[in-house]
Design a protein around this ligand. Structure first.
Ligand code: ADP
Length: 392
């Protein structure tokens, strides 16, 4: 299948898109429709010459935004559409061609991802109505982590919560962990060995990948578990909820909002969820920003150390995501906290690696350390193609 694949990532008020050729080096048409269903809805993106555009879409809903996106594809009709779907539960271990059955199954997992799956489903419904003849594929954030063994995915809770209600660890950011670890296997002489992956963006997660299989990961039932993030707390004492409710009278919605939207870098610094601003403020002796930086890096290092238990051998650490790809300071601190694994950086290489550059940045003696820019859209397009080709 040589014609391009249109990748759609539909949120509650936004749609990210990218038109991706079978040649991964070909230029991409990509953009974002945001603030949908409001008067300042707009579409912005880039064309095939790399020029950016902005288009007001006042009051547009998802279907109208999709039509505007299609009008921007410059006659390059897609052969298929690949949809990012956040939660596939235990039903999907790989991408699935969308039909009524698949939609019904995604609906049954919506209770596990009430913030995300309904928006993903709305995008699928709108796209199917507009383009009924195009094959559409669902690519799940959770699918790559379906290889976790029970000792990694089960919580130490009564069995019925798992068997009757699906309460277990699922993991997220699967397309990124899959892409980055596979890429490491391709470019490192060590091949598809044992890799610890740190995907550090606004959302952050870590994983342990052995022979291209995810064996453990930091996120769990929801994307709130694990390391500290931009505005998410990551791990807290499970007793915290009862404590906040009993002592402060907080409702579940209050607690959910604080842990998801007001914690992490933002909550600790009292300033921002943006790592660039945290680093600048920490350099300027801002105590909250320093603490946020320290906690963030310590939690990432601690998570990687814990995940190493899943790997028979440790071949290296892979950094990706906006922070992982760009922040030499975060990488330096995280690796500095893991000397027992023989990890050490080439500080000069680390300092200059940013801005989408792929590079090996370790000192050469122990496990490798790589910066590998993630490509979630590219991976979704590749999985969409694979799904359609293997079905044919
Ligand atoms: P998302 O998870 O929304 O896709 P990204 O992967 O783009 O987010 O990551 C966003 C994060 O990357 C922000 O915290 C931002 O500050 C950080 N970041 C981007 N560039 C730099 C940089 N040069 N130095 C430090 N942090 C950076």
């Amino acid at each position: 299948m040589n014609a391009p694949v249109l990748v759609i990532n539909c949120g509650s008020s936004s749609i990210k898109y990218a038109l991706i050729d079978s040649d991964p080096k070909a230029p991409r048409l990509a953009g974002l429709a945001e603030r949908l269903d409001s008067s300042d809805a707009r579409l912005q993106g880039s064309n095939s010459r790399g020029e950016s555009f902005q288009q007001p879409l006042s009051g547009a809903d998802h279907a109208q935004a999709l039509q505007a996106i299609f009008a921007r594809l410059e006659e390059r009709s897609p052969a298929a559409i690949g949809h990012r779907v956040v939660h596939g539960g235990e039903h999907f271990t790989q991408a699935a061609l969308i039909d009524k059955n698949v939609i019904d199954t995604i609906e049954t997992t919506a209770t596990l991802a009430p913030l995300h799956n309904p928006a993903n489903l709305a995008g699928i419904a709108a796209t199917r109505a507009l383009f009924p003849d195009l094959p559409q594929v669902a690519v799940f954030d959770t699918a790559f982590h379906q290889t976790l063994p029970p000792q990694a995915y089960r919580y130490a809770l009564p069995e019925a919560l798992y068997t009757q209600h699906g309460i277990r660890r699922y993991g997220f950011h699967g397309t990124s962990h899959a892409f980055v670890s596979q890429r490491a296997g391709d470019i490192s002489e060590r091949g598809a060995g044992g890799w610890l992956v740190a995907h550090l963006g606004n959302g952050c997660s870590t994983s342990a990948v052995w022979q291209n299989q995810s064996l453990d990961t930091s996120m769990g039932l929801t994307p709130l578990e694990g390391v500290a993030m931009g505005t998410r707390s990551g791990d807290v004492d499970p007793g915290l909820h009862a404590h906040l409710h009993r002592q402060l009278g907080w409702s579940l919605d209050d607690i959910d909002r604080v842990l998801n939207k007001q914690s992490g870098l933002y909550g600790l610094s009292g300033l921002t969820n943006d790592m660039r601003e945290i680093e600048t403020a920490a350099d300027g002796e801002h105590a909250g920003a320093r603490l946020a930086f320290d906690v963030f890096c310590y939690r990432v290092a601690k998570s990687l150390a814990a995940l190493s238990c899943a790997l028979p051998t440790l071949d290296g650490v892979l950094f990706t995501g906006g922070i992982g790809e760009n922040s030499s300071q975060v990488r330096k601190r995280v690796i500095h906290l893991l000397p027992h694994f023989g990890l050490a950086l080439d500080n000069d290489r680390n300092a200059i690696t940013r801005g989408g550059r792929e590079d090996r940045i370790d000192a050469g003696s122990g496990p490798e350390v790589w910066v590998i820019p993630t490509d979630e859209e590219g991976r979704i397009a590749a999985e969409t193609r694979h799904c359609l080709e293997t079905r044919a």
